[in-house]
Design a protein around this ligand. Structure first.
Ligand code: ATP
Length: 294
């Protein structure tokens, strides 16, 4: 199995604070991988390490078996907030992309895609809507015909319809080209429909990672009587529990044995699994840290 992204003991720190630590990852080629986690978890840092914009302070990351700098011609990257030269039109950006990527540039693909989406070719991109700009950035990244496409929160500013259209465009494009995608997002419901690999970061560490179908198959929600959890001891490991006066709801990592019929088993969604793993309280900053000496 070819790995598109592989990281071992990868770490990056700013001053004394680790933005990413002990990160071990293996994203197989051809996957659409979602990178999720709370604000400040280290998602952008990880993407910047993968594209070679940052150098690791520990460990290493490889892209198709090579250091990121060597793999750069095979990587397409759309940074957070899709930065584009705002005074240029989409048509000018497509031409400029051709000059910057002489080895491989599919201008026809970008033009066809933008034409289909009704993006005006002759309007400065600064005057397009946020969704249209995101589509321009995606079309430019795809025109590079990358083997790995990195997208940092590409749909954050889009309305629900534009989000769906963006994800459909993305999935259609990568299915045709067998591109591997690593995309960070907070929008779990959108990811469930389109991603087949998941990486959850929390407080600079990988909390959970693997193929979505395997992760979902490994967890169940159980509902049953309060204080009945002894009945599942040894059969299922409780990841998160919530209780009302009458019943308990448990998210469990499923073992092999049968579950006591006291409990009703339900399948889980991606959102259930991610939120249960992130539910640990985030550390708070004490109010005293905000005091500024006059
Ligand atoms: N240039 C920098 N200098 C100092 N600290 C930084 C810098 N960039 C990021 N950090 C810190 O590194 C940590 C990880 O930041 P990062 O931007 O990777 O998180 P993120 O998961 O992408 O967050 P978000 O979802 O808010 O975009 C945070 O604690 C952040 O404050």
């Amino acid at each position: 199995m070819e790995l598109a992204v592989e990281a071992a003991a990868l770490g990056k720190r700013y001053g004394r604070t680790w933005a990413l630590r002990d990160c071990a990852l293996a994203v197989p080629a051809g996957r659409i991988a979602a990178l999720v986690g709370p604000n400040g978890a280290g998602k952008t840092t990880l993407l910047h390490l993968v594209v070679g914009l940052l150098k690791p302070d520990a460990g290493e990351v490889r892209v198709f078996g090579r250091p990121p700098r060597e793999a750069l011609p095979d990587i397409g990257f759309v940074a957070q907030d899709t930065p584009l030269y705002r005074d240029f039109t989409a048509a000018e950006l497509v031409t400029m992309g051709g000059k910057l990527n002489r080895r491989r540039w599919d201008a026809a693909l970008a033009r066809d895609r933008l034409g289909l989406l009704g993006i005006p070719p002759d309007k400065p991109v600064g005057k397009l809507s946020g969704g249209q700009r995101a589509q321009v950035a995606l079309a430019l990244a795809l025109a590079k015909r990358p083997r790995l496409l990195l997208l940092d929160e590409p749909i954050a500013s889009l309305d629900p319809l534009a989000r769906r259209e963006f994800m459909q465009t993305l999935m259609g494009a990568v299915a045709e080209s067998e591109t591997t995608v690593l995309l960070s997002s907070h929008l779990l419901a959108d990811l469930e429909r389109s991603c087949d690999h998941l990486i959850v970061l929390q407080r600079s560490r990988v909390r959970l990672a693997g193929p979505v179908d395997e992760l979902l198959a490994g967890f169940r929600t159980l509902t049953g009587p309060q204080a009945g959890s002894a009945a599942i001891d040894g059969v299922a490991e409780v990841v998160r529990a919530s209780h009302t006066e009458r019943q308990s709801t448990l998210l469990v990592r499923r073992g092999d044995g049968p579950i006591d019929p006291l409990w009703t088993e339900h399948e889980v969604t991606l959102e259930d699994v991610v939120l249960a793993h992130l539910a640990e309280a985030e550390p708070r900053v004490p109010a005293s840290a905000w005091e500024v000496t006059a």
